[in-house]
Design a protein around this ligand. Structure first.
Ligand code: KIV
Ligand code: ZN
Length: 554
């Protein structure tokens, strides 16, 4: 890299718009959405989609609720043309969906493009030519007027071809390609010239799609360009201002959002941001960003995993695990402090009376995207007691008392350090079984027992306990079941435990419900031991918990 990059790169010149309004606006409604997955997205693939994949992607786009779909570039070749004309011929376009087709501004290509939609009820023909200085100078060697004339000629061809196929309700889209790097007054001038030919009205507006073909500036500059365009294009009512951002600087979504604030009506992009180079604007992110501000995007991503699966299948490109809203890891916390806060957040969310979402570290409820809570917290060597307790609760329904969480997390930490890998729910359950001596056969196996009351109200525990394969009858007396069991094991096995804490809860509901009991015990030599019992019967669970603690004493 250069010590002085200014000898090679220049800063993008700002737009002069001192009274810009967009910074103090907020987005309060969804834009019109256009998916260009089957065109811009497809053009960027190593292996462009075949007809089967295109149809699958088309169905997905319809399912999520996008009503305008750019289905391809019909003049590019037979695969494209046949897929598009097949959609029309075989009546595969839902009534509420309008397909859009792209063409360069050349007569033969425009003719083929109209031909591909012959018989369609509606269709948007999208024509483009590049307008910025670098393209004019380097690619075409043309003046501003010559470039403008290309757009005017294309508009006349659109008008005439549409008139020759009057059974279709034609709409037009014009893109001054490379808009974001062009002189803004020239972009307006070219679009105005296109309007002079096509004469749009508020009832039959033209779409002016303003691409950041290559993203070259901070997103505020794009917003300035959009606001300038909206203010200066004649007959604004007859224009749908459409955004088409790419992501070269990593701000494609931000540019689209600021562009909406600046007055645009429509957003073009791809699901999960596939597209040339660093991709097109990610429509899932823009839509879900609106959703998290309380604005209905009008799209349905409630099964985001299905979206990811289909996009990966059709594009043959894996979705990054950190992709906003959709990646495998975006609702997962590994770090202990995050896990703790999330766990508290879920508990507070459950306890409060309103539905407003307020869970630390989770900007959205994963359930809204069809994601389960299980994956929210995952355990590795960075995790803490809250995370471990969460996994146990989600997986086994066990709600460990606070101090026991700390005790168990030490066991899990040791395992995570030893194994240097993520621990799954089965690993954590294995560690729990081992830590609290729940493996079968247990050292003390509870047989039949009875609990009776003495005349003074004391409880008497009498039962059989198998120790190392040998049945033994024991009994003990105390002011409750727990103390009577503690007395019985002292009497029968010489094990002296002082119970300092006890907790129990149900696991599940209805006929399959079980009970879990936890005891914290002190031994005469000052050790703290935890015991756990699980049984269909809550009293038996507590007896088992004492036996689990007793089995830690040699
Ligand atoms: O990025 C771009 O400029 C395009 C145009 C064809 C709209 O994809
Ligand atoms: Zn593009």
């Amino acid at each position: 890299m250069l010590r002085d990059p200014s000898i090679k790169y220049r800063p993008f010149p700002p737009i002069v718009l001192p009274d810009r309004q967009w910074p103090s606006r907020t987005i309060t409604k969804a834009p019109r959405w256009l998916s260009t997955d089957l065109r811009d997205g497809n053009q960027a693939l190593i292996d462009p989609m075949d007809a089967e994949k295109k149809q699958r992607f088309f169905d997905l786009i319809c399912r999520v609720g996008i009503k305008e779909i750019e289905v391809g570039f019909p003049s590019a070749g037979a695969t494209e043309f046949d897929f598009i004309s097949g959609l029309v011929r075989e009546n595969r376009i839902p009534d509420d969906v309008t397909v859009q087709v792209l063409t360069q501004a050349r007569r033969d290509l425009i003719d083929t493009t109209f031909e591909s939609l012959r018989g369609a009820k509606t269709g948007i023909v999208h024509v483009y030519n590049a307008v910025s200085p670098a393209w004019r100078k380097i690619v075409f060697g043309m003046s501003r007027d010559e470039v403008k004339q290309i757009a005017i000629d294309a508009a006349m061809m659109l008008r005439d071809n549409a008139a020759a196929q009057p059974d279709t309700d034609w709409r037009f889209e014009y893109s001054p390609e490379t808009f974001s790097t062009a002189e803004i007054d020239f972009s307006v001038e070219v679009c105005a010239a296109v309007m002079d030919v096509l004469r749009p009205t508020a009832d039959r507006p033209i779409i002016f799609n303003l691409p950041a073909t290559v993203e070259c500036a901070t997103p505020n500059v794009y917003a300035d360009q959009i606001e300038y365009f909206c203010r200066n294009i004649p007959n604004r009512d007859a224009v749908i201002v459409s955004l088409h951002t790419h992501n070269d600087r990593g701000t494609g979504v931000a540019a689209a959002e600021l562009g909406m604030m600046a007055g645009a009506d429509r957003v073009e992009g791809c699901l999960l941001g596939n597209g040339e180079r660093t991709g097109n604007c990610d429509l899932v992110t823009v839509a879900m960003n609106l959703y998290t501000q309380g604005v209905d995007p009008g799209l349905d991503f409630s099964d985001i995993d299905e979206v990811v699966k289909t996009v990966e299948y059709c594009t043959n490109i894996p979705v990054h695990p950190r992709t906003p809203y959709a990646g495998d890891l975006v609702f997962t916390a590994f770090s202990g402090s995050h896990q703790d806060a999330i766990k508290k957040g879920f508990a507070a969310q459950e306890a409060k009376n309103d539905t407003l979402w307020e869970v630390p570290y989770l900007p959205i409820d994963p359930a809204d995207l069809g994601r389960s809570y299980e994956a929210v917290i995952r355990v590795n060597s960075q995790s803490g007691k809250g995370g471990v307790a969460w996994v146990l609760e989600q997986d086994k329904g066990l709600k460990l008392p606070k101090r026991m969480q700390a005790d168990f997390s030490r066991h899990v930490q040791r395992l995570a350090d030893e194994s240097s890998r993520e621990l799954n729910a089965a690993d954590i359950w294995g560690a729990f079984v081992q830590a609290y001596r729940l493996e079968q056969p247990q050292r003390f196996a509870l047989g039949a027992y009875d609990e009776t009351r003495a005349p003074n109200g004391d409880r008497i525990f009498a039962g059989s306990i198998e120790v190392d394969g040998v049945q033994q009858s024991v009994s003990g007396r105390g002011n409750g079941l727990i103390s009577s069991v503690v007395a019985a094991i002292k009497e029968g096995f010489g094990i002296d435990l002082d119970v300092s804490d006890y907790a129990e809860h149900a696991i599940g509901h209805g006929s399959g419900a079980q009970a879990a009991a936890y005891v914290e015990c002190r031994t005469p030599d000052g050790r703290t031991i935890w015991g756990v019992g699980i049984d269909e019967d809550v009293a038996t669970a507590s007896v088992r918990a004492i036996l689990s603690a007793a089995s830690a004493v040699e």
